[in-house]
Design a protein around this ligand. Sequence first.
Ligand code: THU
Length: 156
Amino acid sequence: MQWNIPISKHLQHGELNLEDKALVDRAIADLPNAYAPYSNFRVSAAIRLDNGSILSGCNQENSSFPVGICAERVVLSAVHASHPGSKVLSMAIVCNDGREGPLEPTAPCGMCRQALSDQVSRQSTGMRLILSTINGPTWVLDEASDLLPFRFDFKQ
Ligand code: THU
């Protein structure tokens, strides 16, 4: 199937710029913080804030499945808990399904796309997305909110 996706760059790990590479490396380093005993699909999201801080969050599943939360929304909540008012300049998302062989990056789910888009509206600054894996290519999107065109916006 052909997707009309706003990927601006397909890169190998060694081709990333230093800032993006540092964010991907932090997300990979923190993958063990994922709690994914039900899906075995680990996701880690690391963000760079406008104050220079880097935070990360991983998916946290729950025995009552719908209670689980994706890595992207874990780390966005951490921003508002410990760095309120800060802007999220970029987010690296990495995944690992525990199997051998190269894996494609994962794109944020629909609920996370809404959360990312709302964050972009709140902060009035765009957010770069770097989608990667432990052993595969990296896709760079210049603007996270491009993933959710014609989105719901309570202010409209
Ligand atoms: N997951 C994320 O953490 N982020 C996404 O954008 C998609 C899915 C998690 C949720 C669940 O724990 C596992 O991946 C499998 O769906």
